[in-house]
Design a protein around this ligand. Sequence first.
Ligand code: SF4
Length: 147
Amino acid sequence: MPELPERKVGIIACCGEELAEGTVARLSALKVLHESRRGKTVTICLPLFLAGGEGERAFARSHPTITVDGCELRCAAHGTEMYSGRPTAGIVISDLVAGRGLDKIEGRRQLNAAGKQAVEVAADRLAQLVDEILDPCNPSFRKEAVR
Ligand code: SF4
């Protein structure tokens, strides 16, 4: 029987430099990519994606994607939807922080304790979403709305 290509999830983090939440978005995506779901995820460079990177856009069209945005402006989610289709799922760090009752996160270059905690919380949520998306018993997840 021919081997099916391994399915991977594309993670698209916003590149917010102005807000500590943007830093949390990037660091949590990297944690999943390099540690907790290494080999099951790939990262998609948002600036290249927006600038017209065909490889990035083609990947996002044909694979499930999760966007990670720092704030409610959801730059990564909107960019992905505009150029490749609706992301399979998405998280917004500011919502996650508020929902978990974490302290205010601060420090764009050096996150405070709440920021570091937010990275862990966001990475856990991302890993959970990756598992749900790759679960063969859960094919309907593919088309779920961003949340
Ligand atoms: S989603 Fe918010 S934090 Fe991220 S790039 Fe856009 S404005 Fe900046």
